[in-house]
Write a protein that binds this ligand. Structure first.
Ligand code: NAG
Ligand code: NAG
Ligand code: NAG
Ligand code: NAG
Length: 753
């Protein structure tokens, strides 16, 4: 009976396979797609031999050397071995069966997701009256460090990339300066020391709308590169600003670091094959830090792992899909995943109603020639739901439109942009857009070219509505925005758009790792300066800090650099207030919002203790089965894997907590030789957390110390996550790691929040 049932199953599976094949045939003879084949470490000496081995393999599959050459799109041959090729699904399935092959996965689309921000972080640049911060001076402003930026390219004429005063390009650099129609060899310099671009596999429709060169026509890469490593602009002479707002010295976190450009995104299109090609070349070229303001499907986690194993710190943006939980991307434990926070700058914009009442919203409205702000009138607006069918009945000519955000709006920023477009096209002069203070829009300041647009909260919108009802001809005046900084503004909130943990790919680790400024960041775009918001802006802040740490401590591993950044991060702001996370409702931030906290560059320079990881240890923690499934495809796997919570990360997460467990960690003293640290334990709610020993003594003979953390559930309940921390401290240092636990009793019940 058993036998016949399994026979039936086999027959059924064959039928399914056949009908799938037939279906594919019917849709164009087995259409071909770009697949990435991953083969692990490079096993041949010369890259040419690696290429030959790829063609041998693909030639065997396709039974033709010519077809192999014709199908090949990229060879990965420096940092790791693999290739991207056009294959049918059937060919991909058969290729995955080759013994040398670790995984074959379709290439997936990737998404791209500063003046004031650096002073806010305590990294003051020198001026006539204040010296540069110690970290900047000690690290020589990052001059010997090379930051690779994988993005939309760069605008070399920007003042942020001036190489005046730079020493020669570091001798170890092995990169290239690829030229194109609008990119000459002289576009590379002592600042932009390398530039490559990756067009293979990118559909023509996108290539047509971009330059086939490293030049950036989409501004994202230029903005990010200048945030990470832009030369100081405005120290003497003209300040960088956006039409006078956010004025100040614009510069990168590591203002003298060298930039290597890897353009992998063309007119908004990039995929995992192009990004992997960039990472492979960056490993070859010798970058120290890789900054990726992209969200990439998990295929790239092995690319980043090989980079980390070559000593490169890899920094990714966490994504802009917050505040929903489980949206954080690029979460492999070997990379630094960066959330976005808001800095202490706000852009208040005064609205004066016809009855002289004044109220304040937020915008980036500046005086445009063809707008006379003092003559705006408010239009009828009571039913302005920013949906097209309602909007198109309203005449906005010469008027300010007042819109209440729809409570059910899936994406308020779409509605906002829709309403702004309607006002611009209808000849209106302004938009006042009301929304709950915790909505997505409150993290991004409104800027609508040509009109005045201001975001207000619901309370203010009610007052405006009341006035409009009572008045026969309501009018309003919108004044140009002022920039307000520092003490007047409540700082440090995780931005609502910033993606939140836990990670869907790696639930056993706390992600994101840290938060960095990512809202309304002023940086280079073309020849000018523009503010942008997103975790895309946060990642290069962290990459700049990583570069300074690398300059200061050249022997630190990527794990040590990450540990220094995470353990010193701030969980309270300058006034001692806990850092908040925007969302519905706003709340005190937890590790799934900001990991260790808000980045603190000066603290990270002297972390006291570090949680280091030998980069080859990562291999021990991932089972071979996972590798085949592509969940964590890594070079060499070990069937005797260890529990993931024992990976020596600067955080502890136990997502599946059933009974008492003991977690171990090792800390290395990088501070004063003779130091004593005492532990401060903050247990997650419902969990008893004990640390043994509770004192660590370091001296010349004992630089590395191990400790154990015993976690026991107190309550036997099925719960969500609760959070705590373990802090080693003495009178000079505070070394804090976050802890997250979730007690699980029944497998079928899940609560991620
Ligand atoms: C970059 O190269 C282009 C084309 O060769 C040239 O017109 C432009 O002046 C160069 N820019 C810089 C900053 O060298
Ligand atoms: C702007 O408005 C003021 C006050 O209504 C008026 O005096 C001035 O002439 C206007 N300017 C322009 C350029 O329309
Ligand atoms: C508002 O609507 C009323 C009636 O439809 C109209 O008379 C009035 O002029 C409108 N006001 C504005 C400011 O458009
Ligand atoms: C697998 O891991 C165990 C424990 O760390 C180690 O003893 C063993 O040598 C490893 N095997 C391989 C093939 O790496």
């Amino acid at each position: 009976y058993t036998r016949s049932s399994s026979e039936a199953r086999v027959a059924w599976m064959l039928l399914l396979l056949c009908s799938c094949t037939l279906l594919l045939r019917a849709h164009g003879g087995g259409s071909r797609k770009l697949y990435i084949t991953y083969l692990g470490d490079v096993r041949h000496g010369h890259p040419d031999d690696v290429v030959a081995s790829h063609h041998d393999m693909l030639g065997t599959l396709l039974q033709s050397k010519e077809e192999s050459v014709a199908s090949m799109v990229y060879h990965y041959k420096h940092g790791f071995s693999g290739f991207a090729a056009m294959l049918t699904q059937d060919q991909a399935t058969r290729l995955a069966e080759f013994p040398e092959v670790i995984s074959v996965k379709p290439s997936r689309r990737v998404r791209t997701t500063t003046t004031r921000s650096w002073d806010f972080l305590g990294l003051n640049y020198q001026s006539s009256h204040t010296p540069a911060s110690e970290l900047l001076q000690m690290s020589n402003f990052g001059e010997d460090v090379i930051i690779g930026v994988v993005d939309t390219g760069i605008w070399p004429e920007s003042r942020s990339f001036s190489d005046v005063g730079y020493g020669p390009v570091p001798a170890r650099w092995k990169g290239e300066c690829q030229t194109g129609p609008d990119w000459g060899i002289n576009n590379c310099s002592r600042k932009i020391i390398g530039a490559r671009f990756y067009t293979a596999g990118v559909p023509d429709e996108y290539l047509k709308r971009d330059s086939l060169s490293p030049r950036d026509h989409y501004s994202h890469g230029t903005h990010c590169a200048s945030t990470a490593a832009g030369s100081a602009v405005g120290v003497d002479g003209e300040e960088a600003s956006f039409h006078g707002l956010a004025a100040g010295v614009a510069r990168g976190g590591a203002p003298r670091a060298r930039i290597a450009v890897y353009k992998s995104i063309f007119a908004g299109y990039g995929d995992s094959a192009t990004v992997l090609a960039a990472i492979d070349d960056a490993i070859h070229d010798g970058v120290d830090v890789l900054s990726l303001s992209l969200t990439v499907p998990y295929e790239n986690s092995y690319g980043a792992l090989h980079a980390v194993q070559k000593g490169i710190t890899v920094v990714y943006s966490a994504g802009n899909d917050g505040p929903r939980p489980q949206t954080v991307e690029d979460t492999s434990p070997w990379v630094l995943t960066v959330a976005a926070s808001k800095i202490d700058r706000s852009f208040p914009t005064v609205i004066t109603l016809g009855n002289k009442q004044q109220m304040v919203g937020q915008s980036l409205y500046y005086q445009v020639k063809n707008i006379n702000s003092s003559s705006h009138t408010a239009s009828n607006f009571t039913n302005c739901v920013p949906r097209h069918e309602i909007l198109h009945q309203i005449d906005v000519k010469g008027a300010i439109l007042v819109c209440l955000n729809d409570n059910d709006a899936i994406n308020p920023s779409d509605d906002f942009h829709h309403a702004a477009k309607y006002v611009v096209e209808g000849g209106g002069s302004g938009l006042i857009f009301a929304q709950y203070t915790t909505d997505t829009l409150s993290s991004t300041v409104a800027y609508c070219p040509g009109i005045a647009c201001v975001i207000v909260d619901i309370y203010i919108s009610r007052r405006i509505c009341q006035y409009a009802f009572d008045s026969s001809s309501p009018t309003a005046k919108i004044e140009p925005t002022r920039t307000v900084m520092s003490k007047d503004v409540l700082a440090s909130k995780v931005a609502s758009f910033s993606s939140r943990g836990p990670s869907a790919d790696y639930p056993a680790f706390i992600k994101p790792d840290v938060a960095a400024p990512g809202a309304n960041i002023l940086a280079a775009v073309g020849d000018s300066y523009v503010t942008k918001s997103g975790t895309s802006m946060a990642a290069p802040h962290a990459a700049g800090v990583a570069a300074l740490l690398k300059a200061l401590h050249p022997d630190w591993s990527p794990a040590a650099i990450k540990s220094a950044i995470v353990t010193t991060a701030h969980v309270t702001d300058g006034h001692g207030m806990p850092i908040l996370a925007e969302g519905l409702p706003r709340k005190v931030a937890d590790p799934f919002d900001y990991g260790g906290g808000n980045i603190n560059p000066c603290g990270a320079a002297h972390p006291g203790l570090i949680y280091d990881i030998d980069p080859h240890d990562y291999n021990k923690f991932f089972q071979c089965a996972n590798v085949k499934e592509g969940i964590s495809a890594i070079a060499s796997c070990n069937t005797t894997s260890m529990p993931e919570y024992n990976l020596n990360l600067p955080s502890i997460s136990v997502p599946d907590f059933r009974s008492a467990i003991t977690v171990s960690r090792t800390v290395t003293n990088v501070g004063e030789l003779h130091s004593v640290y005492h532990v401060v334990v903050q247990s997650p709610t419902g969990v008893k957390m004990e640390v043994f020993p509770d004192v660590l003594v370091f001296d010349a003979a004992n630089k590395v110390r191990k400790f154990e953390v015993k976690l026991s559930p107190i309550w036997n309940f099925q719960g969500g996550y609760t959070f705590g921390s373990i802090t080693w401290q003495n009178d000079r240092q505070v070394v804090r790691i976050p802890v997250a636990t979730r007690i699980t009793i029944q497998d079928f019940y899940a609560d991620v929040a």
